[in-house]
Design a protein around this ligand. Structure first.
Ligand code: G3P
Length: 217
């Protein structure tokens, strides 16, 4: 499963890259709005920092506006993926961008039927929001299982990009469910490798070694 980092923070991206954990980046208007620098500067730097796919989201709600924005956004680099909302206009934009060989990421997906429509439109990625479904009292991970079954049954090439990840368990369960990608916030990414028993085990190994061989060996 590929790990994308869900952030527009260049510092977070650099730190995660140093850990070898960045296969790509997803941004959205809220994440971009957190950055002090002009969004164009943020987008350009992220696209140059990360060789993998970088999702940049359109703001327009009409098909023509989305396609026009996409034409501008792809100028940031060959790794740009255009993020469009799961709407009728968004699906039309996906079809047009697909014919232009521009990769797309359909976002704000909350049902398997929405994911099916996005795949039929030719989306490169589908972004079901697991965490927000959980927040609304649903079993968000169930959607990933349903989408995977549908995509396998009909051999869709669209990739399932598990989004709105809230915990390391979400990452585990998305992998078990067969998501192609999980886009993970920095705070979660850095927790994935931690376990208290690992820390205790390291301390015990060093303690026993020092007891026998002294602290200087
Ligand atoms: O960026 C897309 C998605 O991962 C954001 O989810 O719920 O953390 O805002 P959320």
């Amino acid at each position: 499963m590929r790990f994308f980092i869900d952030t527009a923070s260049r510092d977070e991206i650099r730190t995660a890259q140093d850990m070898g954990l960045v296969d790509g980046v997803t941004t959205n208007p809220s994440l971009m709005a957190r950055e002090a620098a002009p969004w164009q500067e943020v987008a350009a730097e992220i696209c140059s920092l990360v060789p993998g796919p970088v999702s940049l989201e359109v703001l327009a709600l009409d098909t023509e506006g989305m396609v026009n924005e996409a034409r501008d956004l792809v100028r940031f680099g060959p790794n740009v993926v255009i993020k469009v909302p799961m709407t009728a206009d968004g699906l039309k934009a996906v079809r047009i961008l697909h014919s232009m060989h521009i990769d797309t990421n359909v976002t704000l997906v909350f049902s398997a039927t929405q994911a099916l429509l996005a795949a039929k439109a030719g989306a490169t990625y589908d972004s079901p929001f697991v965490g927000r479904l959980d927040d609304a009292g649903h079993n968000g991970m169930e959607i990933i299982h349903e989408i995977r079954t549908i995509f396998d049954t009909y051999a869709f090439s669209t990739q399932i990009l598990a989004a709105s990840i809230r915990s390391p368990l979400h990452v585990r369960d998305a992998a078990l469910a067969g998501a192609h990608v999980a886009t993970i916030p920095f705070a979660i990414l850095t927790r994935l490798m931690r376990h208290p028993l690992t820390d205790v085990g390291i301390e015990l190994f060093l303690r026993d070694w020092k007891a026998r061989h002294g602290a200087d060996t």
